[in-house]
Ligand binder design. Sequence first.
Ligand code: IMP
Ligand code: MG
Length: 178
Amino acid sequence: MLNDIEKVLVSEEEIKARIAQLGEELSKEYADKNPIVVGVLKGVVVFYADMIRALTVPCQMDFMWISSYKGTQSSGMEIRQDLSNDIKGRHVLILEDIFDTGRSLDFTVKHLLERKPASLKICTLLDKPERRDPSVTLEADWVGFTVPNEFVVGYGLDFNEHYRNLPFVGVLKPEMYS
Ligand code: IMP
Ligand code: MG
């Protein structure tokens, strides 16, 4: 698995340190708000597990599973599994693994706003702004790391369901997906 990686883009230590910082910011923002922290499966699970433990304020967990991502191009969107909580009037924090074209976050946000949450904010581990779809005007409220326009794997991110369990974010050797 490690042999398939061209380079490490964000190390385990860098991720850990950034999550601690984000944890402080998010804990301030959400003090006394008892937010519902929504994870968009599956890529977010690793970040979610670490991020939620950096929150020092009460919160609840919920998950959505939308579409499937095959290969290096985003595909169409569908809700495979919806939230189990009613978010009406609640403060909602979406955690995402990567804000790429933005189509999936845009889809998720529109879907959640229909349910009239008290607030809806986004924290993404990675942001790849160069890939943003021009139709997406949405912005993340918190970004862990801005990454260049390269296909990344690890720390929850996959290529054809592989590499999610790498503890860092790395770039795959191009021959692995060409
Ligand atoms: P979107 O293009 O912003 O809609 O991103 C959709 C989903 O594609 C993300 O949540 C990731 O799961 C996946 N994705 C986007 N870019 C990458 C990447 O560089 N590596 C692995 N997965 C990615
Ligand atoms: Mg994802």
